[in-house]
Structures are given as structure tokens and as C-alpha cells.
Design a protein. Structure first.
Length: 210
């Protein structure tokens, strides 16, 4: 379904887009497949910069520090944290744990990274080897990533790989995203410390002028 509204119509009904976007989250949606040229463009243009950022000494320093400060939650604790997080996020609010994470140094650095890229990046977040979010540029829709496709990038077999998802509508960012996930590797031990996911705004990133 594609709907176009004129600027005059939107100006006449200023709440229209906000109200429409607010309910899109609850509509059944299916990912839109990336065309071959779109996937190739992401691999050639965006992915190298994301890999470089994931291996930068600055990001690694923030990840190491945050891992030292992060409590590893039990399965039951993680479920409760995730449920509260999701419920409040749907209302545009952050739980106590989400608020704490948003304020940590890793999250601040991710916001700096996002701002440096501009509108092409809608979000960036880091999760540990247990699937727990430890840093995010903005509030994510959930806390636990262990049941998400990107969690496979924690596996040591995927150290040299990247996961690029098909396009889907993200209600929290109100954008059509393709998520790019790469592992964050300890340069000394070669072990996977965490993973970085970048939500690429395909409408901006895949425009001809981009």
C-alpha cells in the first residue's frame, strides 16, 4: 500500500502523519527484499565505514568499559526487563534501565557517530554476547536481542561477516530501515566482545545523490 499526500493536505491536517505513523506499528508488515544493486551499494558504500567504526580504538574503549559495568541478567530477569522495556517504548517512554543505558558514555559516543553520518543512519546500538543492549543512540523497541537475527553475529564463526537485513518499516524511527550488524572483536584475543547494529535509512542512503 502506497499513499501520497500533498503538502497542502498535510498542512490542513497537521496531525495526520503523526497519527498514521503511530498505528503503523500494529499493522502486519512484511520485509521488502533488497534488490541486488541495493545490497551491493550498501556493501560497497556503507559497510566499510561501519566495519571501521566497529574496530576503532575509541569504540572498543567504550565497549570494554561498559561491559565491565554491565550486570549479566538471568533468563527470568532479562525477560522481565524486556517486557517492561517494550511496553514503555510503545508509549514513547523509557524504562529505568533504558534511561540508564541512554545516559552512559557508550550511548553518547553512538549518538556522536550517528550525527556524523547524518540522515542516512536512523539508529545505532551495541549488544553483548548475551543479547543485552549495552549502548544505543536512541531508545530501541526492545532490550533482548538474543531472539533476533542479528544475534548470530556474536558467533565466532561470523567474525569476518556482516548481516544486512531486508527493508522493513520501523515505527520507532518512522523510517524504512535495513539493519547492518557486524561483530566487535577484541584485537588482542580475537574474541567477539559484542555486536554493533546500524539502522540504515534506505530512503536517504540509497538516493542517487547518496
Amino acid at each position: 500500500l502506497v499513499v501520497y499526500f500533498s503538502k497542502h493536505y498535510v498542512a490542513t491536517f497537521p496531525r495526520l502523519l503523526d497519527d498514521l505513523n503511530a498505528v503503523l506499528e500494529f499493522c502486519e508488515t512484511r520485509p521488502m527484499h533488497l534488490e541486488a544493486w541495493e545490497r551491493e551499494a550498501i556493501q560497497n558504500v556503507q559497510l566499510p565505514g561501519i566495519r571501521q567504526f566497529a574496530s576503532s580504538p575509541e569504540l572498543l574503549g567504550y565497549v570494554f568499559n561498559q561491559l565491565d559495568e554491565t550486570e549479566i541478567q538471568s533468563a527470568d530477569q532479562k525477560l522481565l526487563t524486556d517486557q517492561e522495556w517494550i511496553t514503555l517504548a510503545r508509549e514513547g517512554a523509557a524504562s529505568a534501565i533504558a534511561t540508564e543505558i541512554l545516559g552512559n558514555d557508550l550511548s553518547k559516543y553512538l549518538r556522536t557517530f550517528q550525527a556524523s553520518i547524518g540522515e542516512q543512519v536512523a539508529e545505532a546500538f551495541v549488544f553483548d554476547t548475551h543479547g543485552q543492549i549495552i549502548g544505543m543512540s536512541r531508545l530501541t523497541s526492545d532490550f533482548d536481542q538474543s531472539d533476533e537475527a542479528q544475534f548470530q553475529m556474536i558467533d565466532s564463526l561470523n567474525r569476518e561477516k556482516a548481516l544486512i537485513t531486508d527493508i522493513w518499516y520501523d515505527a520507532s524511527t518512522r523510517a524504512f530501515l535495513s539493519q547492518i550488524t557486524v561483530p566487535i572483536i577484541d584485537p588482542d584475543s580475537g574474541q567477539t566482545l559484542a555486536a554493533l547494529t546500524v539502522g540504515l535509512n534506505v530512503s536517504a542512503a540509497l538516493r542517487p545523490e547518496s
